[in-house]
Design a protein around this ligand. Structure first.
Ligand SMILES: Nc1nc2c(ncn2[C@@H]2O[C@H](COP(=O)(O)OP(=O)(O)OP(=O)(O)O)[C@@H](O)[C@H]2O)c(=O)[nH]1
Ligand SMILES: [Mg+2]
Length: 493
């Protein structure tokens, strides 16, 4: 049997996960198990899957001023010269960097991201398609995908971006950057310590600081002042940091942490030993802190994916099924009361008609078995026809109400409507009185959900074993806690 598009997508997802995280590979199976339950309920259609609704890899994006050292930082993090660097503006497109066990770096056009099940990039490509029709350029002019075998990249996706500069792609760059920010789990905004307050920084400040501080997820932003080594050689670094702090404060960032770093591979020597020691210590601590945060994002996401599995399973049992049960009950009672009223009306109408015309049932000669069969047949057919019409009308009126409900999200509404329709098909409507539970729900399904929840516990246990030191001989400090006041990253005054 040929593979459906969904199966192909899930298989690619599993293939990628197998390379990077065995536990999450198993979690896909549990999501598929939930899919089967949702298919039976009619909540998901056969082309849908819970597994493709979430982004499995955390995204870390590196944005900021041109030539600030974004690509150099990424190369340092990966431990290899993956990205081109240079004194002029180098990158003109966004590069999505993913892990691959293959040593050879592969570069794929932006369009390849569309088909990649690792993250919801279709949102970006749809938007880029809009921009490209306006500018006449193709998605590939803005996006590319690179694979890299660095262990640091396992379980996460890095995005290097073109620097903020007044070039002809400026608007598109800002637009795409905005989408990338929305999808990212961590956003690192790079500034160049050599230019604390130039006009070129205005864009960066507006788009990457002023517009982001009000966001509910503003804690995912890290503001990084790079190339501190040069500053330490040429100027008084404390003054540069203070001036940079003022710029950030003017842009609205009056609280929060920022980091001062330089790239160890390309830094220039600082002659004054005292300054060198002071700068080295602070920058090393900040760099370590940044890298820990990046590592932490991968760990958090693994737990979050399992959390989503648990919530989805509970949601089916505690929200979807009860809601469906209620909808079916409302439908049944609407049908019942409509038929009662209609029945009484017909009886009254027939009685008065018989009374007024002094015609009785005798005219049908029901003593004759053939007539009785015909009479009964016609009565049953007409009643069934009317009953089905009433059922359909009642179902439609409930569906209309559901459609107008504002409290539920689009996916849930669509799923509930699909499942409700499955409950109210004509064959079921004929035996409406016998319906107690929504289609596809029963003790067996309850047990299957229970098994999935049981698996959740074992996945969490396995993750704990993977990310912590169960023997108790912990040597690593928790990822994001600074060690001393002195080492802590600077805070904007
Ligand atoms: N001294 C010093 N030079 C750095 C540092 N970081 C980057 N550089 C240099 O700065 C230049 C620009 O670095 P890139 O990494 O290409 O900067 P970018 O932000 O990726 O630039 P675009 O992609 O053009 O936006 C390169 O020549 C780097 O070698 C640093 O911490 N210290
Ligand atoms: Mg670059």
């Amino acid at each position: 049997m040929p593979q459906t598009q969904l199966e192909a997508r899930i298989n690619t997802l599993k293939q990628h996960l197998k390379e990077e995280n065995d536990i999450l590979y198993e979690v896909v199976e549990s999501f598929r198990e939930l899919d089967k339950i949702a298919y039976k309920l009619g909540f998901l259609s056969q082309e849908q899957s819970y597994a493709t609704r979430l982004s499995w890899w955390p995204m870390i994006s590196v944005l900021g001023l041109y030539s600030a050292g974004k690509s150099t930082f990424i190369n340092h993090y990966l431990g290899q010269e993956l990205q081109r660097t240079g004194t002029q503006a180098v990158d003109d497109k966004f590069t999505v960097i993913c892990y691959s066990g293959d040593e050879a770096v592969k570069i794929l056009p932006g369009i390849a991201l569309d088909a990649d099940p690792r993250f919801p990039f279709y949102q970006i490509s749809r938007d880029i398609a809009e921009i490209t029709t306006k500018t006449g350029q193709r998605t590939d002019a803005y996006l590319q995908l690179k694979t890299c075998s660095s262990e640091q990249l396992r379980g996460k996706i890095l995005i290097d971006s073109p620097g903020f500069d007044a070039d002809n792609q400026r608007n598109s760059t800002l637009h795409i950057a905005q989408h990338i920010i929305d999808l990212s789990d961590l956003v690192m905004v790079f500034f160049d310590a050599r230019h604390p307050e130039p006009g070129a920084m205005r864009d960066t400040l507006t788009h990457l600081v002023s517009e982001t501080i009000e966001r509910p997820d503003s804690n995912k932003f890290m503001y990084i002042l790079n190339q501190m080594d040069i500053t330490a050689r040429d100027d008084n670094p404390e003054e540069v940091v203070a001036s940079w702090q003022r710029s950030l404060a003017q842009a609205g960032l009056t609280a929060g942490r920022f980091y001062r770093v330089y790239s160890p591979e390309v830094c220039l020597p600082i002659e004054d030993p005292k300054t060198r020691e002071r700068i080295d210590k602070k920058c090393q601590a900040d760099l370590e802190e940044i890298q820990n945060r990046m590592k932490q994002v991968g760990v958090e996401r693994a737990y979050r994916v399992i959390g989503i599995l648990e919530n989805t399973a509970k949601d089916i049992e505690h929200h979807i099924v009860p809601r469906l049960r209620n909808l079916v009950q409302s439908w049944k009672s609407q049908v019942f009361w409509t038929e009662m009223v209609l029945g009484v009306f017909i009886v009254v109408l027939a009685a008065s008609w018989f009374g007024m015309t002094s015609i009785s049932l005798k005219v049908f000669d029901l003593q004759n078995p053939v007539n009785l069969w015909i009479f009964g047949g016609v009565l049953i057919t007409v009643s069934a026809f009317l009953h089905l019409k009433i059922c359909k009308w009642a179902a439609n009126s409930i569906l209309k109400k559901l459609q107008c409900e504002k409290e539920i999200n689009e996916d849930t509404r669509e799923g509930l409507m699909r499942a409700f329709r499955k409950n109210t098909t004509s064959p079921r409507a004929l035996f409406i009185g016998l319906i107690n539970e929504p289609v596809g729900w029963g003790n067996r399904m309850h047990k299957r959900i229970g098994n999935i929840l049981g698996n959740v516990n074992s996945y969490v246990q396995k993750l704990n074993d993977q990310f912590t030191n169960p023997s108790g001989k912990a040597t690593d400090k928790p990822a994001s806690s600074p060690k001393t006041e002195e080492d802590a990253p600077a805070t904007v005054a």
